[in-house]
Design a protein around this ligand. Structure first.
Ligand code: FES
Ligand code: FES
Length: 148
């Protein structure tokens, strides 16, 4: 598969999740393991441009796809507009959920689900934040959308 634009080849057991392959084999630890059971969204990455929960995706199932993780968003030292908006709007506290929130937000903006605050909340509802930074997260998504 391609990961953040680079071809990567892995030999993995058929039970290994994409999340574990990214974190433990490719050392891309930006993608977080919150619940490991599809409930929190911290592990969100893009596979062929669509957001997926990498804890519920088998690495073998991603064979031949293009995977983007949070490490693949910035252009060198230049943050992605969504990352910049999260920083400017204080869209985080501890930051553990943030990579997943950012990956969801990037996809959500591309999908065009940013018509209102309510729509953003609905389409970001799979990403939980234990710190409760939701107000600022929504503000960041709307600010990033304006700049996109
Ligand atoms: Fe995948 Fe929580 S770690 S949804
Ligand atoms: Fe702490 Fe979201 S910023 S869990």
């Amino acid at each position: 598969m391609k990961v953040n634009g680079k071809a990567r080849t892995l030999d993995v057991d058929s039970r290994v999740t994409l999340l574990d392959a990214l974190r433990e084999r490719l050392e891309l630890t930006g993608t977080k393991k919150g619940c490991d059971r599809g409930q929190c969204g911290a592990c969100t990455v893009h596979v062929d441009g669509r957001r997926v929960l990498s804890c519920l995706t088998l690495a073998a199932g991603a064979d031949g796809t293009a995977v983007t993780t949070v490490e693949g968003l910035a252009d060198g030292a230049r943050l992605h507009p969504v990352q910049r908006a999260f920083a400017e709007c204080d869209g985080l506290q501890c930051g553990f959920c943030t990579p997943g929130q950012v990956m969801s937000a990037v996809a959500l903006i591309e999908e065009g689900h940013t018509g209102s605050e309510a729509e953003v909340r609905e389409y970001m509802s799979g990403n939980l934040c234990r710190c409760g930074a939701y107000q600022q997260i929504v503000a960041a998504v709307l600010q990033a959308k304006e700049g996109s």
